[in-house]
Design a binder for this molecule. Structure first.
Ligand code: SDX
Length: 431
């Protein structure tokens, strides 16, 4: 961390001024440490949606929104997408370094041997309505892990913290596949330890008793790459949620269940499902113009799902990779999806429109991912579940990083109070 400097803030109204420390990271914008502000000036800061506020220090992921840069532990996402695999990226995000062959083999073995669930989970799962949204089931099922792994859980013990992270990385695919199969009335499938991480998930998702599943390497490679791209993304809403819940010392499975709930929103991870529904609603390439005009109309309440980003004011590098991948995967699978042409036309129309250009609204990670998931045979309602499987790695990595800090504080933002000022109670008879 480079030498801290100070910035001087002055309040003309009170004539007060205060020097505040400027904190520099290893790369990226410096941050003003405002801890001393209230005492020095009596003021708090206000930043709706935390647009300009750093909530923590982290060494896991770096994003440069203007340059369209994304790095996991310093490795550019483009290099990891080209050369790595999801489980190796999971090791990197959790531990900070890429594993050597022995470390990877041990990690792979450890994850594989934590994929099974207590049989009582079946009773819990079978209590859901068949038509329950898989994200509702996933939220509940991951939260229920806290019921199985709580007594004796000493979060001061780094080995116990790490085991919780491994269990989540290992069990979330098992739970996700179980939610899907339950929703379509298929018998559940146990994880196969002889399969790689993604093949093991695909087997649990799609294998049927009546015939052996032919695993398709194109499907597995595409899903592995999508998992790499979705694994982490700095202090996004769901990761910030996991950190906030974790800051209270809560059970780690409950923390990740809170992250799943936050991811489900259509403004966040739920956008990938919303994109497919939007493309289907637009229907034809010749109708994208109407959708663009509708998205520009503030009264319509309609937004182009998969467009825009709080941080990226340039192309989301993940969207660029997924866009290239979409053509390749559909061609390799021999899939001709008319939604792809609608998506390409919509992107072309929006990127030429001043409304989107002036607001720097570009396609984000969710814009094309749904088209690939659909080509891989993943049902639309499972798209955000796919996102959650991958982002579990980011969530547990941030939870581990925060849990290891000795100066970690409970997250407790303040507010601007705009309600009634002091007044006296009046009996109902006189109201
Ligand atoms: C993810 O944070 C992360 O890193 C998230 C994520 C991750 O990996 O964790 O990257 C994953 O969540 C990607 C985003 C997926 N969401 C969507 O695709 C939903 C559609 N996009 C948005 O609703 C919106 O762009 C957000 C939520 C993504 C970002 O919202 P911001 O940063 O709060 O921006 P804003 O809502 O203040 O919008 C700024 C302007 C507004 O217009 P003006 O008030 O300036 O006139 O841009 C407009 C908005 O109306 N705008 C859009 C738009 N997104 C923003 N207008 C039309 N269509 C859109 N999609």
């Amino acid at each position: 961390m480079s030498e801290a400097q100070n910035v001087l803030l002055s309040d003309p109204a009170s004539g007060k001024s205060v020097e505040l420390p400027l904190i520099h990271g290893s790369v990226g914008p410096a941050c003003i440490d405002i801890a001393a502000l209230p005492k020095a000036t009596g003021h708090f800061t206000y930043d709706q949606g935390f647009i300009a506020t750093a909530s923590c220090k982290s060494a896991i992921t770096y994003i440069d929104g203007d340059a369209g840069v994304l790095m996991y532990r310093g490795y550019p996402i483009e290099q990891l997408a080209q050369h790595s695999n999801f489980l190796e990226v999971a090791y990197l995000l959790m531990n900070g370094e890429l594993p050597n062959a022995a470390q990877f083999a041990a990690f792979d073995h450890e994850v594989a041997h934590h994929t099974m669930m207590h049989e009582a989970f079946r009773t819990f799962l079978f209590g859901f309505r068949h038509d329950a949204h898989p994200m509702a089931m996933l939220t509940g099922m991951i939260g229920s892990l806290a019921a199985f792994y709580h007594h004796g859980l000493d979060l001061e013990d780094p080995d116990m913290r790490r085991l919780a992270a491994i269990r989540l990385i290992a069990k979330v695919p098992t739970i996700a596949a179980a939610c899907y199969r339950y929703s379509i009335g298929w018998p559940l499938r146990y994880p196969r330890n002889n399969l790689e991480y993604v093949d093991r998930f695909l087997h649990m998702m799609f294998e049927v008793p009546s015939e052996p599943l032919q695993l398709n390497p194109v499907v597995a490679k595409a899903l592995d790459l999508l998992f790499i791209l979705h694994a982490d993304h700095e202090q996004n809403a769901s990761t910030s949620t996991v950190r906030l819940v974790g800051s209270t010392g809560a059970n780690p499975y409950a923390c990740v269940a809170a992250g799943v709930a936050a991811l489900w929103g259509p403004a966040h991870g739920g956008a990938n499902e919303a994109v497919l529904r939007m493309l289907a609603e637009i229907g034809r390439p010749q109708d994208v113009g109407k959708a663009v005009e509708r998205a520009k109309d503030k009264n319509s309440g309609f937004r182009l799902m998969g467009f825009g980003h709080r941080v990226y004011k340039n192309f989301d590098p993940r969207a660029t990779i997924i866009r290239q991948m979409t053509h390749k995967v559909l061609a390799e699978l021999g899939v001709n999806d008319p939604m792809l042409e609608v998506a390409l036309k919509l992107e072309e129309a929006a990127l030429k429109d001043e409304y989107f250009v002036s607001r720097k609204l570009y396609p984000n990670v969710d814009f094309y991912s749904g088209i690939i998931y659909k080509a891989l045979g993943i049902p639309t309602e499972m798209f955000t579940v796919m996102f959650a499987i991958a982002r579990t790695v980011g969530w547990v990595s941030h939870w581990l990083e925060q849990s290891a800090e000795h100066d970690s504080k409970i997250g407790r933002p303040r507010q601007v109070y705009v309600g009634a000022t002091k007044r006296d109670f009046t009996p109902i008879a006189s109201r």
